[in-house]
Design a protein around this ligand. Structure first.
Ligand code: API
Length: 275
């Protein structure tokens, strides 16, 4: 039996284990099993809290399909909540080691709500680092075809690989059809997360994300950051933006010290997984 806790960050849900519970297991296989909505506990992703040489603690992240990802925005807020609940690091400002670098998280518990403000680092636009297999050095507002439509795509590394496209018909767009197709476009050798966005004003944007390795989720934290970065770069959005996603709201601030994301997380359950 493996002791776990389950959290969600505005509907993006995760199962979290301490490293000592799962040491020696194949994390990719375990993620596919525990994230399965019928044969497992059910979640968009799985995290393991491990010791770190570089920060207070290390977050290992796997998508529901068993693929490892460098970072997860909603996940790292839930992770910091788990860390606080289990007193693994007894500070309000914690550094979490991830494959995308150390993330600094300010945690706050107020009236039973758990809030975290995360410095998500700086966006990377060089196509080699996204990564993309294209000759262009960066990929901002370039046309990509998907079935009967042409999307204007901007790609970047924002904790993980992201593509952003602003559309007028976000309410009716078939996210499954176009998201699934763009995710596996061959110009992304490791695939991509796909963010469909609609600017409501200069400080409000609606976003729906098709996630690599997890599908259409209620929220994507790194995706929300990616949308604000591209929205600001292309003149659609200011630097402090409220991002509305199907599962709730995130607040993104673009600063010279990094992209900051603020949002809630909630503990859903705890228990034992019978492998
Ligand atoms: N599916 C993503 C990882 C999870 C990102 C998302 N859940 C977030 O909140 O940032 C990827 O494969 O890069």
């Amino acid at each position: 039996m493996l002791k776990f806790e389950k959290y969600h960050g505005i509907g993006n849900d995760f199962i979290i284990f301490r490293e000592e519970e799962v040491a020696g297991l194949d994390y990719s296989e375990l993620a596919m099993k525990v994230c399965h909505r019928n044969f497992g506990i059910g979640a968009d992703g799985m995290m393991v809290a491990a010791k770190s040489e570089k920060a207070d603690i290390r977050m290992i992240f796997y998508n529901a399909d068993g693929s490892e990802a460098p970072m997860c925005g909603n996940g790292v807020r839930c992770f910091s909540h788990f860390v606080r609940n289990n007193k693994l690091v007894e500070k309000d400002l914690i550094a979490v080691e991830t494959l995308a670098g150390n993330m600094l998280i300010k945690t706050e518990e107020k009236d039973g709500r758990y809030l975290a403000r995360v410095n998500m680092g700086m966006p990377i636009f060089e196509t080699d680092s996204i990564p993309m297999s294209v000759s262009e050095k960066d990929y901002i507002e370039r046309k990509i075809e998907s079935y009967d439509r042409e999307f204007s795509i901007s790609a970047l590394f924002m904790g993980t690989t992201h593509s952003v496209t602003f559309v007028d018909d976000l309410e009716t767009l078939d996210i499954y059809k176009y998201g699934r197709n763009l995710e596996i476009n061959p110009i992304f050798p490791n695939k991509t997360n796909v963010n469909f966005a609609k600017a409501i004003s200069k400080d409000r944007v609606d976003v729906k994300t098709w996630e690599r390795g997890a599908g259409y989720t209620f929220a994507c934290g790194t995706g929300a950051c990616a949308v604000v970065v591209i929205g600001n770069l292309t003149g659609r959005l200011d630097k402090n933006v409220e991002v509305a996603v199907p599962g709730g709201k995130l607040f993104i601030e673009l600063t010279d010290d990094g992209v900051f994301m603020t949002g809630e997380s909630q503990k859903i359950a705890e228990g034992h997984y019978f492998k």
